[in-house]
Design a protein around this ligand. Sequence first.
Ligand code: SF4
Ligand code: SF4
Length: 161
Amino acid sequence: MKKFRPKLPGFLTGMKILLFNMFKTLSPLSPNPNVNYPFEKEIVAPRARGVIALDTDACTSCMLCARQCPDWCIYIEGHKELQPPAKPGGRERSRAVLDRFDIDYALCMYCGICVEVCPFDALFWTPEYEYSEYNMGDMLHDKNRLDQWLNTVPEVEGLES
Ligand code: SF4
Ligand code: SF4
């Protein structure tokens, strides 16, 4: 026979869950999920989306990332330069030179589309998250700053066998 269990009204059920979780969190036996930032730094997952790094040597200023960015927060300018022919008598080659590559992190929503669509593997996620600013304008990272983030890109893990 099924046991009869009187149902608590909705708000009492909510209060029961709240009190249970409150005492569970405050209990000295439970692990503390908080980190005493900035004195301690949280160790985030290696594939966390912290900031985007740019490999300026790999970027061809093709503009694909800027066109796909839903927030329009990537600004690219470049020009073509003629290079001498590879062999004597050959044709001159044209090379793309990146003049400007900025990402405005005050607008970015960290969707990762730019990293996904880059056909030249010039953009990478890094788990670094310490780049908050007092001024909104300083959230615009230019190509030199984006290039410096390359140092924080984690090593690629091997494929699962
Ligand atoms: S992560 Fe998304 S919003 Fe941010 S720059 Fe890339 S495409 Fe734009
Ligand atoms: S980062 Fe990639 S997609 Fe964006 S302009 Fe450079 S090469 Fe093109």
